[in-house]
Design a protein around this ligand. Structure first.
Ligand code: ATP
Length: 896
């Protein structure tokens, strides 16, 4: 099918069409001249606009304007100190936002798909960006086409070109030997970047990449993927506005009260605005975003790639995981262990011998074994390659694991596509898909006769067969034959093997997958992943149910599910057939008890997800095939496989498991829970601190005292307590019992379990502590400056102590590990140093109107600040001992 390349008029100079593709050196040269294969539509994260946006806040602007005005009134020092703090705040905000944006940008790049391409004659997986014109690629159902390419070969190929044409009907694609290389839309022999393969497979040579593709031409019209706010961020935004209004009102009252008491107008405006700047929690949603982004980064380290930020939140609510079996719960390393025919059975040993009744045999001398092995090779799209590992040479197969296993089994008997080259020519293929559960090829033998060779799920093949091979003849299948085959299947499947059936028939007329001659069975083993069992136990303790959904036979599925611990006594196992017969109500009735769904097709998955959802479960559903996409979209958390997953599934998914491993999903759920706990921690911290700050100023004014804190002092308190410590709290490691609690309800408020009261109560105590110090110091020294310095120091100190209290909702500061988050310790130290500098550095005394505190005064601040944590510890200890007593007198049911 090689084309003459002198004839066409390509858009760009094209390298020669060559089925084997390019060498690495050629590709490198072409990459240098054509550039990377990507669309230049994505907006880059730029530093300057992010920095400028830090000053766009209305409150900050009012503050800066009023500060500028105060310069004219001679308050130069105050103006400078406020400006310095506002700048420092902006720099910090900038660093946080820039880092978050960069992290999100890297994430988008990481989820970029890979392509299967021939380099140096070998099929390899490569980032699509590295593709160049001339590269030969393999495409199959579920793939997103990486560049515009001309077809060299195709089998039942169909693509969805709706992204380019708006037309969602799949388009049939086929190679055309007289086609030109001109890149035009709507050509049946061209496949286009960004479109997806809906059926079949093929081989194509790239003709345009990047912006020269058809997609590139309309790239500017493509909207950027917008990262929507997560439900939590939305809620916090609303809440922030509400609290903001409250704070503004209090700030206004403080300012007015000051004015009424005769304080200077400008001074009170600045005080009011500074208080508002410090107290309005406008940074809360931003910190949530940063924490979520950092959680996403941590998840990548654990091999889970989050595609949508909201998934991080929802992961923590997951109550049911519906997991594929093959490759996710098992290793996806299949090996054929047994072949069974009408009256014979052979085992394939570890040392590649075929053993029949304890005696090694040559399988090719038995015509039925031989035919089965020939089907293994011919009805197969995997490829066999020579491998040289650790000085040993052998075979390595690339492709779908079921097929590679069959290819390797045949190779062990000396049958390969190379050895069959002179025997058969492959004419046509009826591809495998998960709904049909079988695959056929039409081949022509040396004598010119055509045959259909079929392999697939044992029951499916048996249904399509009317006769059975018995030595050299084919006899009608009797009920006794069926019974015997069923027993053999049950025996293999019952030990966890995947059983395939093989059949063939001569072709006369249109080839059809019916009236076939049944040849026999193969049993292949795919061992469960070692870590899966532990992950299932972790899930059970965490109140998360694991459900296996597989295309495999009921017995195979149950055997593996039992080994992993998913299927337990009393659980139900349903098959696709049974599912079909059930109404939605019937299914809803039993669905909570089912732990294995076997012999299902992708369409059944949707029915299962919907039923589980109706029962109020939050579901994470895994999938890999193109047909899994609807169920993945429907699930609360759609999970795609990173290695075996099709591009379409990956695009529909919220999470991609980079190693296809079930335990990775469980790790992601744990991270989801941890981040939610951490978000609760810093919300608790930030809000109680803000209440403390507002209350200090408000109550101080109400009590008719001088303003407890000056504007720049308030701003400095805000700078050292709000930023770094809060973000560091978001990085707190998992608490020990995080996977021992039930999943939280998705509708549960972030303030559930009494958090609101904790926040208000602690906030009031922070305010009272500060005021106590202010009043005591004022009485002791009769100096407002000293009293303010004491209040300033105490306000920061109580908050820095409180940040550690926020690490746990149930333990006191004396019983939680203080040093398991060194970032928090570090940021608290930095804040403490800044505060001490503000008090003891003469230049800072001038700027912040502070005075150095004596040892006794420092001790006084520290002592008063510790009163609340000590009382809290005593309170918690008493509560715990009461709780223990309650447990002792409770009946066994209550205790449970
Ligand atoms: P799981 O859903 O657990 O991941 P799976 O995705 O491998 O399993 P399917 O691919 O839907 O399940 O396969 C369903 C059945 O089809 C298998 O049990 C097997 O009998 C048969 N089968 C799988 N692969 C092939 C193939 N390449 N050719 C023919 N039949 C196959």
């Amino acid at each position: 099918m090689n084309r003459d390349l002198s004839e066409p008029t390509p858009i760009r100079q094209q390298p020669a069409l060559e089925k084997k593709g390019l060498t690495s050196a050629q590709a490198e040269r072409l990459l240098a001249s054509y550039g990377e294969n990507r669309l230049k539509s994505g907006k880059k994260v730029k530093a300057l606009p992010i920095f400028v946006s830090q000053f766009r806040d209305a409150l900050v602007m009012i503050l800066l304007i009023s500060t500028a005005a105060s310069i004219f009134m001679g308050e130069l020092v105050e103006a400078i100190s406020i400006a310095v703090i506002v700048l420092a705040n902006a720099i910090m905000g900038f660093i946080q936002e820039f880092k978050t944006e960069k992290t999100l940008e890297t994430l988008k790049q990481m989820s970029a798909p890979m392509a299967k391409v021939y380099r140096n004659g070998e099929l390899v997986r490569l980032e699509t960006e590295k593709l160049v014109p001339g590269d030969v690629i393999e495409i199959e159902a579920g793939d997103r086409i990486p560049a515009d390419a001309i077809l060299l070969e195709s089998v039942s190929l169909q693509t969805d070109e709706s992204v380019l044409t708006g037309e969602s009907v799949p388009v049939h694609k086929q190679e055309n030997s007289s086609a030109t290389l001109e890149n035009k839309l709507n050509q049946p022999y061209l496949v286009y970047m960004g479109t997806t393969v809906t059926k079949g497979h093929g081989k194509a040579q790239i003709i345009s990449t990047g912006m020269s593709t058809q997609m590139g031409k309309i790239a500017h019209m493509l909207s950027e993927i917008k990262e929507d706010l997560t439900p939590l961020q939305n809620k916090l935004n609303e809440l922030g506005k509400l609290i903001g209004i409250g704070c503004l009102a209090v700030s206004a009252i403080v300012a007015v009260a000051g004015l009424l008491r005769g304080e200077p107008l400008m001074q009170m405006i600045i005080t009011g605005v500074s208080l508002a700047v410090a107290a309005v929690p406008e940074g809360l949603p931003a910190i949530v975003t940063i924490s979520l982004a950092l959680a996403v980064k941590r998840m990548i380290r654990r091999k889970a790639l989050i595609r949508k930020l909201h998934a991080v939140e929802t992961l923590g609510c997951t109550g049911v995981i519906c997991s594929d079996k093959t490759g996710t719960l098992t290793e996806n390393k299949m090996t054929v262990q047994q072949l069974i025919t009408f009256n014979q059975s052979v085992e394939i040993s570890h040392d590649n011998q075929f053993i029949e009744q304890g005696v090694p045999i040559k399988p090719t001398s038995n015509p039925t074994y031989k035919r089965i092995l020939e089907i293994c090779v011919l009805c197969n799209n995997a490829q066999l390659q020579h491998s040289h590992q650790k000085g040993k040479s052998g075979w390595k197969a690339v492709g779908e694991p079921t097929e590679t296993a069959l290819l390797l089994a045949a190779a062990k008997a000396g049958i390969t596509s190379e050895s069959l080259k002179t025997e058969y020519v492959r004419m046509e293929e009826i591809p495998f898909d998960s709904t049909r559960k079988c695959m056929s090829v039409i081949v022509k033998d040396k004598a010119g006769r055509e045959w259909i060779f079929t392999k697939g799920a044992y029951d499916v093949i048996l249904e399509k067969s009317s006769r059975i091979q018995q030595g050299n003849t084919a006899a009608m299948i009797t009920p006794a034959d069926k019974k015997r085959l069923e027993q053999q299947n049950n025996k293999m499947a019952g030990s966890g093997m995947r059983v395939l059936g093989f059949a063939y028939a001569p072709v006369s007329g249109t080839p059809q997958e019916k009236n076939l001659i049944f040849l026999g069975l193969s049993g292949m083993m795919d061992p469960p992943r070692k870590e899966a069992k532990q992950a299932v136990i972790t899930c059970r303790k965490a109140g998360v149910k694991t459900v296996m959904i597989t295309g495999d036979h009921k017995l195979t599925a149950c055997a593996i599910a039992k080994q992993i611990g998913i299927y337990q006594k009393g659980d139900l196992c349903l098959t696709g057939r049974e599912l079909e017969k059930m109404s939605d109500q019937d299914l809803d009735h039993v669905v909570q008890k089912v732990t294995v769904f076997a012999r299902v097709s992708p369409s059944h998955k949707l029915k299962i997800v919907r039923s589980l959802k109706r029962k109020g479960n939050v579901i994470a559903m895994t999938g890999d095939g193109v047909n899994d996409a609807p169920a993945i979209k429907e699930a609360n958390i759609g999970v795609s496989m990173g290695i075996t997953g099709s591009d379409v599934t990956k695009q529909a998914a919220d999470v991609i498991l980079l190693d296809d491993n079930f335990s990775t999903l469980v790790a992601a759920i744990e991270e989801g829970r941890v981040i939610y706990q951490n978000i609760r921690k810093f919300i608790r911290y930030l809000l109680s601190c803000n209440i403390g700050e507002v209350l200090t100023m408000f109550a101080g004014m109400l009590m008719g005292m001088p303003v407890p804190l000056l504007p720049m002092q308030i701003l400095l308190v805000n700078l050292v307590t709000d930023g770094l410590p809060a973000i560091s709290l978001g990085l707190d490691p998992a608490e020990k019992d995080v996977m021992k609690q039930r999943p939280r309800h998705p509708e549960e408020s972030i303030f559930a379990h009494g958090l609101v009261y904790t926040i208000i109560f602690r906030g009031v105590l922070i305010g009272l502590t500060t005021l106590t110090v202010f009043i005591t110091m004022f009485r002791m020294t009769l100096s407002v400056d000293a009293a303010r310095t004491g209040a300033f120091f105490t306000l920061v100190l109580t908050q820095l102590i409180h940040v550690f209290e926020c690490k746990s909702e149930t333990k006191s500061i004396f019983s939680i590990p203080l040093f398991n988050n060194m970032k928090l310790v570090g940021s608290v130290l930095i804040s403490a140093i800044i505060v001490l500098l503000a008090i003891y550095l003469p230049q800072c005394n001038l700027l912040f109107r502070t005075v150095p505190l004596s040892g006794i005064q420092l001790l006084l601040c520290f002592g008063i600040s510790m009163v609340v944590p000590i009382c809290n510890a005593i309170f918690l200890a008493v509560k715990k001992s009461f709780h223990k007593k309650d447990m002792l007198i409770a009946t066994p049911e209550q205790a449970e």
